[in-house]
Ligand binder design. Structure first.
Ligand SMILES: [Zn+2]
Ligand SMILES: [Zn+2]
Ligand SMILES: [Zn+2]
Length: 159
């Protein structure tokens, strides 16, 4: 029962995401190409912090004729639609993650293996609100990325 329910919910979310993208394309007079739909499908099927290059490689397996530029432009459209969040990092290429229906979170990033850990600390969130208000800012959004060495990489270095 629970599994069926989860599956249904998952499908509903994906359909909503697809509808949002279709609407965005229509509103902004972009073509509803098969390639764009395909790229969206692949993007939705991988819930990680992907680089454009990684998404391109995944797309290429199913749609060999799609070029990198098309994947990159589609990612930008997905960000504009609110389905995708771009993470510009201290070093290395930007990463892309699902945004729609995802709660706010921050990241711990391993500089050894590149792993992303999603974290949320209510205390840190609260302090950021407080800090903004102290300076007369109306808080809108923030990103927090903490770089360090993950437990696995630390173990490797010690052994
Ligand atoms: Zn936060
Ligand atoms: Zn690591
Ligand atoms: Zn994330």
């Amino acid at each position: 029962m629970i599994m069926i329910f989860n599956f249904k919910k998952e499908t509903d979310v994906k359909n909503k995401e697809k509808n949002l993208f279709q609407n965005y394309l229509s509103t902004h007079k972009f073509k509803h190409s098969k390639q764009r739909k395909g790229i969206l499908e692949i993007f939705l099927s991988i819930d990680r912090h992907l680089t454009a290059e990684e998404l391109y490689r995944a797309v290429k397996q199913k749609y060999p004729s799609v070029g990198f530029a098309t994947v990159y432009r589609t990612l930008k459209l997905l960000c504009a639609t609110g389905l995708c969040r771009e993470l510009k990092l201290e070093s290395g290429p930007a990463r892309y993650e699902h945004l729609y229906g995802h709660k706010h979170h921050d990241h711990l990033i391993c500089t050894g293996c590149g792993r992303f850990v999603e974290v949320i600390d209510p205390e840190i969130e609260r302090l950021q609100q407080k800090l903004s208000k102290t300076h007369g800012f109306l808080p809108q959004e923030h990103r927090m990325e903490l770089y360090g060495i993950c437990p696995e990489c630390r173990n490797k270095n010690n052994g």
